[in-house]
Design a protein around this ligand. Sequence first.
Ligand code: TIU
Length: 224
Amino acid sequence: ITEKVIETALPYAFPFDPARTAVIIIDMQNDFCAPGGFGERLGNDVTPARRIIPAVQAVLAAARAAGLTVMHTREGHLPDLSDCPPAKLERSRKQGAGIGDPGPMGRILVRGEIGHDIIPELYPTEGEPVIDKPGKGAFYATNLQDLLEARRIEYLVLCGVTTHVCVHTTLREANDRGYRCLVLEDATAAFDPADHEAALHMVRQQGGIFGWTAASAAFMSAIG
Ligand code: TIU
């Protein structure tokens, strides 16, 4: 039973059932949102990632209030880096953002370190699953699909960073698994706004090849 429709979604209206919808907040970690983290050391300005914090907070509050499923993801690796492919490790070092190297928030992109944790403004509450993933996509080498199936989720609403990397990889993995995905335009960000715009364009081209995009206000009013 589809109960709600976002008429202003692109490329056309997005019908969804809130009871079968999960809001997934991707990688809003200190390593991507705070100075000195992985994102900045890769050569990026973290300002665009910080700018979406109020919008993601609003979506999170609305989803909690409406009783929707909420999940969070974190990109990172085990302290011994055994789950980090050599190809990823080598490239991070070449870029001056060596995974596992010491930084101001602990070892870069390593589980258990402050840099790896979710920013305080968006901290998960008890019972909200946190998916720790070694890759860009949230399905690869995680139990995300099991968690979604157990809750009979069919619709995913994606927030977080970065639009063209971890949000897109997760979106593409989800799309191939049959989930109907909505990317929130103002609750996702890339370090370079041009990458963000290109990533949103790719979602909705060819009649919504990967899904839909919409403003977070439209989603919140649909569930409110
Ligand atoms: N979370 C995520 O998107 N990981 C990245 O490495 N993103 C970049 O844009 N580098």
